[in-house]
Write a protein that binds this ligand. Structure first.
Ligand code: C2E
Ligand code: CA
Ligand code: CA
Ligand code: CA
Length: 275
């Protein structure tokens, strides 16, 4: 089935990523990758737990390298950060996502879109240039997912870039919340509309467990700060039920739908919402 098409295919051998020459040649391949469609976006829906409707999708980078197979996005995003290609990559993602959003809306499926922004880029001003070039039907339909740790290096400049995002009317989601070092001091500074709970907080979840208590508290924290709360990495119905029970607003994960190319997403959405 098309939906499962991106389930773990042969992953590129991680050992060669340490080799600078190999990295450089891989970055050279990136340009070709964009041109011939080896690099593309997969979209994963977010389900509203109250209305049971899909209300937005997250864009995730995919690279099907002709010789090396599927290359994990976190790996080539890091590489792009280290070789100065990250601005171009983010710009490509943003323009592609906005174009795909328009295509979906034209076929009667208007949805909010989220894109991921590298923390490395935050605070260097490059995002601000990008914001002016995005032609979105309504800016509140585009969300930037940014990890909380992205703020830690240079809080002042990072927050000023985030304010620019908000001033354009776009929204911000705090990605991977609860993974790694979380700090309430940083959380307080970020002008976000969405809190995205990391998958690690869903592990070991059972009704009445300590994990469920922590989840509930995190959801309340998000709500108290005026944010919608999303859980990522939902893999089974039990987790989905606990999420609904603790008042989480949205859920995303393999249990609902895997990240899939636009054509498959369109088909899937049409099955979800028959005309
Ligand atoms: P992320 O933003 O936290 O994205 C969520 C990751 O969880 C995605 O991995 C997604 O495919 C995976 N996922 C979704 N549902 C489930 C589930 O039910 N179970 C499990 N185990 N995993 C699930 P993916 O696509 O491999 O992306 C990995 C990371 O690469 C992303 O983490 C993000 O940090 C980065 N990335 C992906 N696309 C982009 C992009 O366009 N720009 C930037 N800057 N980073 C990107
Ligand atoms: Ca994300
Ligand atoms: Ca995440
Ligand atoms: Ca994550």
């Amino acid at each position: 089935q098309a939906r499962g098409a991106f389930a773990k295919t042969g992953l590129f051998d991680a050992k060669s990523y340490g080799d600078p020459v190999a990295n450089l040649s891989l970055m050279g391949d990136m340009l070709t990758g964009f041109e011939n469609g080896d690099i593309f976006l997969a979209y994963q829906p977010k389900l509203n737990l109250q209305t049971q409707k899909i209300e937005s999708v997250e864009a995730l980078l995919r690279w099907r390298h002709p010789q090396r197979g599927m290359i994990r996005p976190d790996i080539f995003v890091t590489m792009a950060e280290n070789t100065g290609h990250i601005r171009a990559l983010t710009e490509w993602v943003a323009q592609r996502a906005v174009a795909d959003q328009r295509t979906l809306a034209d076929s009667g499926l208007p949805l909010r879109f989220s894109i991921n922004v590298s923390g490395r880029q935050l605070g260097d001003g490059s995002l601000i240039e990008l914001l002016d070039t995005l032609e979105v039907s309504s800016p509140d339909q585009l969300c930037f997912e940014i990890t909380e740790t992205a703020v830690m290096g240079d809080p002042d400049n990072a927050v000023s870039d985030m304010r620019a995002i908000c001033e354009h009317g776009f929204s911000i989601s705090i990605d991977d919340y609860g993974s790694g070092l979380s700090s309430l001091a940083y959380l307080k500074m970020i002008p976000a509309q969405e809190l995205k709970i990391d998958r690690s907080l869903l592990l070991g979840l059972a009704p009445q467990s300590r994990e469920a208590f922590m989840l509930r508290s995190t959801v309340e924290l998000g709500h108290g700060l005026g944010m919608k709360v999303v859980a990522e990495g939902v893999e089974d119905v039990e987790t989905l039920e606990i999420l609904r029970d603790v008042g989480c607003d949205l859920a995303q994960g393999y249990f609902i739908c895997r990240p899939v190319p636009l054509a498959d997403l369109t088909d899937w959405l049409k099955q979800e919402r028959p005309a």
